[in-house]
Ligand binder design. Structure first.
Ligand code: SF4
Length: 350
């Protein structure tokens, strides 16, 4: 049987080379049921031919090599829970690139992602996550806060790292005011951006015909929709529009780098939400709130990390890390409160 497997492997290597199964669009999975079936089948064959050397070898290999490996991989998959890495010394921690090690060649470190909400520099809530990007964590963070404290803040103010379609849709349903920047909010005010006729955002659009016009004035027709799903399961639809006659166009070197006709990607929902958010951010209230954001939350992070030197967790494991940060947050709030009430001597030793 092992011989058969090896032969099949060789045949497959000859046919598919280095291409992996994902590239070939196939999905192969091994589960407990299939493995049990295979082990049973092998056992039955061995019972019928107890002296068969090949079967004996296959059985030995299965029990001593493949089954322990399968168990090991299964355990690792359970530990990973969809993550692509975890630390050997703390399996709950995920490898992440640190802000202070932002060099592309720097090594990621085992870490947790702390999301924190503040009001007047008091920590109103925190959540600890096992993935690096902030965008997909906003909803989980807000839902946790609502579940634990039963209250929902009036307005949500956050930086551009949280400005996604999924977050905007969620916030619009649940909150009165959305003051979450999107990545182009600051840049789109600059003259360089406004005057750039090649930017997708600056192309003319005919909503009735659903056609964009490229910088040379040629129509860009709708050619299809790409569907994507975020890690939270939210589905987005990205529309594609294609230009005609890029070959020989005098604007080509400035317009795009593709060898073919230019294709642009547009998400109508995102455009709609951005318009709405821009209106909020440009209002007097929005300007006040967005100015207050770094003073409010960044200073708390700075205070904890730099002034109090809390730069790494001392405990391991998600549950313990949650408790450790709870102590940090409580200490921060008490100190702040003590300062406000001018009771510094009483709380100074916390
Ligand atoms: S390169 Fe293509 S897309 Fe760009 S302006 Fe010329 S024709 Fe239009």
């Amino acid at each position: 049987m092992i011989g058969e497997i090896e032969k099949t492997n060789e045949d497959e290597n000859r046919e598919y080379g280095d291409r992996d199964l994902e590239e070939m669009g196939e999905e192969v999975s091994l589960d407990d049921e299939k493995l049990e079936e295979f082990t049973k089948e092998l056992g039955e064959k061995l019972k019928e031919n107890p002296e068969d050397k090949k079967l004996k070898k296959a059985d030995k290999k299965l029990r001593e090599e493949y089954l322990p490996k399968y168990e090991k991989y299964k355990k690792q998959e359970e530990q990973l829970q969809g993550r692509n890495s975890c630390s050997k010394t703390d399996p709950d921690a995920t490898f992440m690139r640190m802000k202070e090690d932002s060099h592309p060649n720097s090594n990621p470190k085992a870490a947790y992602n702390v999301q924190m909400g503040t009001e007047n520099q008091f920590i109103t809530g925190y959540s600890i996550h096992q993935s690096a990007g902030d965008t997909n964590l906003l909803i989980a963070h807000l839902e946790q806060q609502e579940r634990l404290y039963g209250i929902r803040p009036k307005n949500i103010i956050a930086d551009a790292g949280y400005g996604s379609q999924e977050n905007y849709e969620y916030l619009r349903e649940k909150y009165r005011g959305i003051y979450v920047k999107y990545n182009m909010y600051d840049r789109e005010k600059k003259r360089k951006y406004i005057e750039n006729i090649f930017r997708v955002e600056n192309l003319r659009y005919d909503a009735q015909k659903d056609i964009y016009f490229c910088p040379a004035g040629n129509p860009m027709k709708y050619v299809g929709t790409e569907r994507k799903t975020t890690v939270n399961g939210y589905k987005t639809a990205i529309k594609k529009y294609k230009a005609k006659g890029c070959r020989g166009c005098t604007l080509r070197s400035e317009c795009h780098k593709s060898r073919y006709n230019r294709v642009i990607s547009v998400t109508p929902e995102v455009i709609k939400y951005r318009k709405e958010v821009k209106k909020n951010l440009d209002s007097a209230e929005g300007k006040k709130l967005i100015k207050q954001r770094p003073v409010d939350v960044e200073s708390v992070f700075g205070h904890i990390k730099w002034n109090r030197n809390f730069r790494r967790f001392n405990l391991r494991g998600l549950d313990k890390v949650k408790v450790e940060f709870a102590l940090v947050a409580i200490a921060h709030n008490l100190k702040k409160m003590a300062k406000m009430l001018t009771l510094t001597p009483c709380f100074a030793t916390i």
